[in-house]
Ligand binder design. Structure first.
Ligand SMILES: Cc1ncc(C[n+]2csc(CCOP(=O)(O)OP(=O)(O)O)c2C)c(N)n1
Ligand code: SF4
Ligand SMILES: [Mg+2]
Length: 312
C-alpha cells in the first residue's frame, strides 16, 4: 500500500518578533529577571542568562511569545531565573516535553537549556531523536565537562584523565563531542560558542531563533567550583585563543561541518552547519489538515462512529 501524499505547508516566517503595539512597551531585562540566580559566584551560567535576557529585550519578545524549558542540573535551574512561562522538568527529559509544546503551540518559540549530563547522558537518547525529527526549538547545551549540581562526577564530555568523585584516578572513557553528536543526529542548525564571549553568544542565540528547525548551540560554560580553568585555552583573557569558523566554510556542507567539529580543543566557534528542511511541525500540520479535510461536514458523533467502525 502506498502512503497518502501529504501536503507540507510552506515554512512560516519567524514568529520570534512581537508585533509593534502602541499599548505595550517591549519587555526590559529588569522585568524578565526573576529571583537572584543561586549559582556560585563566577559560574559561566550567569553570562548565558544575561545574554538570554538581552536577546529577549533586543527582539522585543513578550512573555507569551516564548517559553524556557530545562531538565535538572545547575544549568537547568535556568527557567527559575526568568520571569516568564517555563518549566524545570525531569532530568534528561526536557526535549520531549519541549517538543510537545513546540508542536502544539506554533505561535511561540521554545528554548531548552541543559547541562552536558542532562542532554548527553540521561537525555542522550532524546537529544538524538529530537534532532533527527527536526522539531522547531532552540536547545542550548551549557557544557562545563562535569556534573556540577551533584558535586563533581564525570560527565559524558569530561576529558580522559579528569579526576572526579566517580573516577578518582582519572576518567578512562572517551568523551562525547556534542557538535559531532548534533551533526550526526540530523540537527539542522549547529553552532558553538562560549560564555566568556558575550557578543558571540548573543549572535549565536539570535541566529538559532531565526532558524526554522532544530537549532543547537554548544556553549562552553565554566564550573568554577568543580572544573576551574577547563576552558582557559579558549579564552584570550586567560592566554587562550578564540578562533572563529573560517569565512570560506560552507555551512550547508555536512562533511565539512563534521571536520570542523573534529578539531582538537579549543577548536572553532560559530555556525558549523545550517540547512533548511521541513520540520516535524510543518509535516504534522500537513497531516492534521489532511485529517480534518477527510471528515469535513461530519458531525462529531459521526467522526466518533467512523473511528469505532475502523477498530471493528
Ligand atoms: C533521574 C535522575 N537521575 C539522577 C539525578 C541526579 N542528578 C541531578 S543533576 C545531575 C547531573 C547534572 O549535570 P549536568 O547536566 O552536566 O548539569 P550541571 O549541574 O553541570 O549544570 C544528576 C546526575 C536526578 N536528579 N534524576
Ligand atoms: S557548582 Fe559549578 S555549575 Fe554549579 S553553580 Fe557552582 S560553578 Fe556553576
Ligand atoms: Mg555539567
Amino acid at each position: 500500500m502506498t502512503a497518502p501524499a501529504i501536503e507540507i505547508p510552506a515554512p512560516k516566517a519567524s514568529t520570534v518578533v512581537s508585533p509593534p503595539s502602541a499599548e505595550r512597551k517591549p519587555l526590559t531585562k529588569k522585568e524578565i529577571a526573576a529571583d537572584h540566580p543561586t549559582w556560585c559566584p563566577g559560574c559561566g551560567d550567569f553570562s548565558v542568562l544575561a545574554l538570554y535576557f538581552k536577546m529577549i529585550e533586543k527582539r522585543k519578545l513578550w512573555q507569551e511569545k516564548f517559553t524556557t524549558i530545562s531538565g535538572i542540573g545547575c544549568s537547568s535551574r535556568f527557567p527559575y531565573f526568568v520571569q516568564a512561562y517555563g518549566a524545570h522538568y525531569i532530568h534528561g527529559r526536557s526535549l520531549p516535553f519541549a517538543s510537545g509544546i513546540s508542536l502544539s503551540r506554533p505561535d511561540l518559540h521554545v528554548f531548552v537549556f541543559g547541562g552536558d549530563g542532562d542532554l548527553f547522558s540521561i537525555g542522550g537518547n532524546h537529544f538524538t531523536h529530537t534532532a533527527r525529527k527536526n522539531v522547531k526549538l532552540t536547545c542550548v547545551a551549557m557544557d562545563n565537562w562535569v556534573y556540577g549540581l551533584t558535586k563533581k562526577q564525570t560527565s559524558p564530555t569530561s576529558p580522559v584523565g579528569f579526576k572526579s568523585k566517580t573516577d578518582i584516578w582519572g576518567a578512562v572513557d572517551y568523551p562525547i563531542n556534542p557538535m559531532k553528536q548534533a551533526i550526526a543526529a540530523g540537527a539542522s542548525f549547529v553552532a558553538r560558542t562560549t560564555s566568556t564571549n558575550p557578543n558571540h553568544l548573543l549572535q549565536m542565540m539570535e541566529a538559532a531563533i531565526d532558524h526554522d528547525g532544530f537549532s543547537f548551540i554548544e556553549c562552553l560554560s565554566e564550573c568554577v567550583e568543580f572544573y576551574e580553568g577547563a576552558f582557559d585555552a579558549a579564552n584570550p583573557r586567560k592566554g587562550g585563543v578564540f578562533n572563529v569558523v573560517p569565512p570560506d566554510h560552507d555551512v550547508t556542507d555536512e562533511a565539512a561541518a563534521y571536520k570542523l567539529a573534529d578539531e582538537p580543543f579549543p577548536g572553532y566557534f560559530g555556525i558549523f552547519y545550517k540547512k533548511t528542511k521541513p520540520t516535524k511541525n510543518t509535516k504534522e500540520a500537513g497531516l492534521s489538515a489532511a485529517a480534518v479535510e477527510k471528515v469535513k461536514g461530519l458531525k462529531d458523533w459521526q467522526i466518533l462512529q467512523k473511528t469505532f467502525d475502523r477498530t471493528k
